[in-house]
Design a protein around this ligand. Structure first.
Ligand SMILES: *Cc1c(COP(=O)(O)O)cnc(C)c1O
Length: 343
């Protein structure tokens, strides 16, 4: 059996999650009448220390709703050039909200106050004005980097000094919080909205949470409807989401497994391996002279699945469905794969 490290989205719902789904009390959530969705939204808001929250089908939809609510058509969004919301969401900011992006190169995976000051544009006859600052934690494409809350707050303060709201793409917010031993409420303290995924390391089959204040969430509910995300008896999929919130602390295991996996791979000649903060390990194969597409294919033949994330960059994620033994076996298999590639 292949060890699937392509993403932490590949986790399968547990039997308990399936039972909870089958037994869930439901109603029409567009009418606000699904008790399970309401319970999940309340629990999720509480978990991230924000006043209100809304269940959305995907992280992408949550990010795009947030941008649509915060910024006006034609305004600019300042973000890292490797941010998911910019680089991996089909240009949704432009397509769905008519927003122009102003990408900058994040330092240590977060925008600095200086970068925000420099990128800010004042609305004028010639310029649209900055409508949103978007941050990401953990930072996926930069290797699952856990950004400390002080850096998030510093960026948020700089944005707020200019009167610009801040959205935090925290698809893996809890990975950051567990890695840094920070209360999620501290991490979100100075931002205006946060998105987190239930469907990644937390193990739910479907869904994400967008949180913010009551006024933001009231607007967000209209935009969710606009984007086609108003669901009906969604309690069936929200029930496993409630159980997923119990999987926060165990993310530490994924981080330990990632560290062990990275240390093992680092011993293999020719591989350059990132030092993971959380559950994402980046492997560069340029020194081996093998591109990521080939590396990924040969690893797959040897029973380890990773994902191509650049010409010479392959990403591996640990998650709920892989054990310590799995990552150790994965190292051995990749070692064999590299031997094959050298022949
Ligand atoms: C996965 C991810 C998303 C989007 O989540 P989906 O549920 O796959 O749409 C957004 N941001 C980051 C950083 C992610 O890793």
């Amino acid at each position: 059996m292949s060890i699937d490290l392509r993403s932490d989205t590949v986790t399968r719902p547990s039997d308990t999650m399936r039972e909870a789904a089958a037994a869930a009390a439901v109603g029409d959530d567009v009418y606000g009448e699904d008790p399970t969705v309401n319970e999940l939204e309340a629990a999720a808001a509480d978990r991230v220390g924000l006043p209100d929250a809304m269940y959305v089908p995907t992280g992408t939809m949550g990010n795009q709703i947030a941008a649509h609510v915060h910024a006006d058509r034609g305004e600019e969004v300042v973000l890292d050039r490797m941010a998911h919301i910019y680089d991996w969401e089909l240009g949704g900011l432009a397509q769905l909200s008519g927003l122009q992006t102003r990408p900058v190169d994040a330092v240590d995976a977060v925008l600095t106050p200086e970068q925000i000051d420099a990128a800010y544009v004042e609305e004028s006859l010639h310029r649209p004005g900055t409508g949103l600052i978007a941050l990401e934690n953990t930072h996926n494409a930069r290797g699952g980097v856990a950004v400390p809350p002080e850096s998030i707050s510093a960026a948020a303060d700089a944005a707020h000094d200019r009167g610009v709201p801040v959205h935090l793409d925290g698809a893996r917010l809890f990975n950051a919080c567990v890695a840094l031993d920070v209360d999620p409420a501290r991490m979100t303290r100075d931002v205006d909205s946060v998105l987190f995924c239930l469907s990644k390391g937390l193990g739910a089959p479907v869904g994400s949470i967008l949180a913010g204040d009551e006024e933001f969430i009231a607007d967000a509910r209209r935009v969710r409807k606009l984007f086609g995300g108003g669901m009906r008896q969604a309690g069936l999929i929200a029930a496993p989401g409630l159980l997923a919130l119990e999987n926060v602390d165990r993310l530490a295991e994924d981080h330990e497994n990632a560290a062990r996996f990275a240390a093992g791979l680092d011993e293999i000649d020719g591989l350059r391996v990132s030092d993971p903060d959380t559950n994402i390990v980046q492997v560069y194969t340029d020194e081996l002279g093998v591109d990521a597409e080939t590396f990924e294919a040969v690893c797959a033949e040897h029973g380890v699945l990773g994902g191509e994330h650049g010409d010479y960059l392959t990403r591996f994620c640990t998650h709920l469905d892989v054990t310590r033994e799995d990552v150790e076996a994965a190292v051995d298999r990749i070692e064999n794969a590299v031997d094959d590639l050298r022949d």
